[in-house]
Ligand binder design. Structure first.
Ligand code: 5GP
Ligand code: MG
Length: 172
């Protein structure tokens, strides 16, 4: 066990009030990355008071417990829907940074947005070759494979109300 239901709740609430201030008097599109961020995003948007427009983008970069090194973005997502908006990308966890780094570049290249920021619940303490950093972070975690609160291992454990480290014997 790394983070209990109670500590996650407290942290999400804090992030929500920081984001409420940041987007005060602005309309923000919260772009939740599927599948992993669905639980976090659901709780987070309810802590952001104001004009919030929630959209979803299906992305895949992980196979089992490892980053695959390449990013697959759903083809039916029209990036132009972000034009002239403040965009906040929400993801469950930042690891190699491949997902968020690639996506932020693509958004900057293909759209005319007003602003772009990223928020992750978990930030893995690893050396990232791309030096990507998220703007808003809930917790820092060691370089271990974690599950729960939306984070899965091959589709399982997303329903755990807490976040824990997956025992190696499960995947070895
Ligand atoms: P990155 O592109 O930064 O390497 O990885 C980000 C994505 O990989 C996350 O959105 C998440 O889906 C997945 N991921 C990275 N680390 C973990 C982990 O420890 N546990 C789980 N369940 N998924 C992870
Ligand atoms: Mg993910």
């Amino acid at each position: 066990m790394l983070f209990t239901k109670g500590s996650i709740k407290k942290t999400v609430k804090t992030l929500g009030s920081v984001l409420t201030k940041k987007y005060k008097d602005k309309e923000v599109i919260v772009l939740s990355l599927l599948d992993g961020s669905f639980v976090f995003a659901a709780d987070l948007v309810r802590q952001i008071k104001g004009d919030v427009d929630v959209r979803f983008l299906k992305i895949k970069s992980y196979e089992g417990t490892e980053s695959s090194g390449s990013l697959v973005v759903a083809r039916d997502f029209d990036f132009r829907q972000l034009d002239n908006k403040h965009v906040l990308i929400v993801d469950d966890i930042l690891d190699t940074g491949l997902t968020l780094n690639t996506l932020c570049k693509q958004i900057r290249n293909e759209t005319e947005i007003l602003s772009l920021a990223t928020c992750v619940l978990l930030d893995k303490q690893v050396n990232r070759t791309n030096n990507f950093e998220a703007d808003y972070v809930g917790f820092k975690v060691q370089n271990e494979f974690v599950v729960g609160y939306g984070l899965d291992y091959n589709g399982k454990y997303r329903n755990l109300p807490f976040i824990g480290v997956l025992k190696e014997k499960v995947y070895r």
